[in-house]
Design a protein around this ligand. Sequence first.
Ligand code: GLU
Length: 452
Amino acid sequence: MTSPIVRFAPSPTGRLHVGNVRTALINYLFAKGQNGKFLLRIDDTDLERSTKDYEDGLKTDLNWLGITWDDTFNQSDRFGNYDAAVEKLKSAGLLYACYETPEELERKRKIALSRGRPPVYDRSGLSLSDTEIKAFEAEGRTPHWRFKLSGDRVEWNDLVRGPQSIDTSSVSDPILVRGDGSYLYTLPSVVDDIEYGITHVVRGEDHVTNSGAQIEIFRALGGTSPDMAHTPLLIGADGQGLSKRLGSLSMMELSKKGIEPMAIASLLAKIGTSDNVELKPSLEVLCEEFSFDKIGRAPARFDEADLYKLNAAILQEMEPSLAVAKLAELEGFHTIGAPELFWDTIKGNISTISEANDWIEVVTGKIQDTDLSEDQDYLRAALEHLPSGAFDLETWSSWTGELKAATGRKGRGLFMPLRKALTGLERGPEMNRMIVLLGEETCRARLEKAIV
Ligand code: GLU
């Protein structure tokens, strides 16, 4: 097989989000796993909705995920190529002018439906007389242009969905050029795929019906159709369609929340596949593991909670110096005396860096009041036996060892009142580290405060 050339083709009308980053990843992993090329095509033919800021944002977000491209281009620079394709289709008699207004088309649709017929365009544009055309133009109408489908079945072997067959007589001839001369997505996409030698079109299954028409356009323009892979859409954890909020959850928001790129890539590359979802160290590893055969036909479940679990796993393994550098961006972190010890202490109790704020507060700020009325005598004993001087990682076991001997308490009864008095919480990092972070003075003050 020759090396694949794929493209990811977002419209710059928003930031990169969970809904489209999966398509980007699958394209990238497939191409790079086979020494192929990944192109970034900016689908900005809609000049009103597309912005340069969004385009820059998409690029920043892809790079943040570790996705780079071998080439990138904008459709808005290529109108001349699309115009040439239009001329070619017109002279082949495959592009015809239609003059219906949207209201007229809607009326036709309703009539067809009320007669129990599929609402397929009736091709009246094909049989207009010169007089009719002149009359429309005298009214100031400008034509939109439809591609004449063959009426045959279009078949392809989809790399994800298997054998596909679309009866083009059951779909309307697609509009390729609007009345104002602007392009719909269908034709430019095919022109670019031909001219950039795209070998595989990999996209969401919402494009399956477009593929029927596009394969015919590939043929009409003298190209061969690339292989196609249509991946199932994402659904939410509840099995429903991905909510607007989740679908539009952007890489920018996730990065602000402290989610690491590999948590996103690990999750989105694996959901809906036969592989387990687990943290992977790099895109290279995901490339090696990628195969279209592993992608199932059922929708892929996206659960935001999984993202946090994977992120927690990244934090567990993070280089302490890198973690400390990230922590340093949190307000309040400068109050922590032993940064690396702090990291070691709390890393198992957070799923994003910003959650460390809660533990900074526990170590250096004010803690919550807890009910310790049953443990007053015990806390007095704890205060009496509290070691003095610098604490180290042995202090906790010697202190609680003494307390055990002195009070006869053990297990939860021994530890929990101390945890509550010293941290204001019933759960948290290991206390042997925690009391080193707190130091003797704070431990003493907190125990005194707990004794009423
Ligand atoms: N801009 C199109 C989209 O985002 C591209 C579809 C395709 O990959 O052909 O849906």
